[in-house]
Design a protein around this ligand. Structure first.
Ligand code: AP5
Ligand code: MG
Ligand code: ZN
Length: 215
């Protein structure tokens, strides 16, 4: 199953992608996670991406397109993949299409999560992430059993640098301007499923699974 999860910052792409990845044993490919790891390791790509990410802007297309092209060629993508946070521009979507054609693959579904702006801000300001395994939490909506500690691995939880309210507003604007055109792009391609992302995490998951099983 070759999937894209589309949606604004805080829509729940990462949360849902992790669950789908476990359920279907296919990798979650989050360009945000890959870029954050590169920034942390101080690689040349990370050094280049850092200022864009801190400002809440998009990293240049050629950087992320290269990351995804290489990642999709790895053997663990043979049975499927979940793209989380890519593509984010029409140019990225066109480049993805070209890469998939070259590999003889096609997209099965693009699931777009709809969430209201106020809820997105509340989700992002309360988000916490495990330093060790990357699992996401929310201080109110999905708290860990022990404050600041990951249920899954005992790692400590941190708050992302770009989850400050001012940067969040910028990221939401960038989504509206540069990424939301992909909704009609994929509707036109006949692969779009729109889902109400305002429900609790488990209900969004249930609806997503039933949509995927029906398609
Ligand atoms: P990225 O890491 O992709 O961030 P994003 O798109 O802004 O999305 P988020 O990760 O913030 O949100 P999410 O939808 O994954 O929500 P989550 O599941 O965590 O990108 C970061 C930066 O990297 C970009 O700004 C850009 O600079 C760069 N970048 C990345 N990809 C790029 C690309 N393709 N091109 C160019 N640049 C790129 O959930 C959020 C919170 O809400 C959590 O706390 C969670 O517990 C909670 N939550 C989730 N679902 C629910 C629910 N149903 N109800 C209540 N709470 C919920
Ligand atoms: Mg994410
Ligand atoms: Zn963990």
């Amino acid at each position: 199953m070759n999937l894209i999860l589309l949606g604004p910052p805080g829509a729940g792409k990462g949360t849902q992608a992790k669950m789908l990845s476990d359920k279907f044993s296919i990798p979650q490919i989050s360009t945000g996670d890959i870029l954050r790891a590169a920034v942390k390791d101080g690689t040349p790509m990370g050094q280049r991406a850092k200022e864009y990410m801190e400002a809440g802007s998009l990293v240049p297309d050629e950087v992320v397109v290269g990351i995804v092209r290489d990642r999709l060629q790895q053997a663990d993508c043979n049975n499927g993949f979940i793209l989380d946070g890519f593509p984010r521009t029409v140019a990225q979507a066109d480049a993805l299409q070209a890469s998939l054609e070259q590999m003889g693959k096609e997209l099965d579904r693009v699931i777009s999560l709809n969430v209201e702006a106020d809820a997105l801000v509340e989700r992002l300001t309360g988000r916490r992430t495990c330093k060790e395994c990357g699992r996401g939490y929310h201080v109110t909506f999905d708290p860990p059993r022990v404050t600041g500690v990951c249920d899954a691995c005992g790692g400590s939880l941190f708050q992302r640098d770009d989850d400050r309210e001012e940067t969040i507003r910028k990221r939401l604007q960038v989504y509206a301007d540069q990424t939301s055109p992909l909704i009609s792009y994929y509707r036109g391609a006949g692969v779009l499923t729109e889902l109400d992302g305002m429900q609790p995490i488990s209900q969004v998951q249930e609806k997503m699974l039933s949509q995927l099983q029906a398609s």
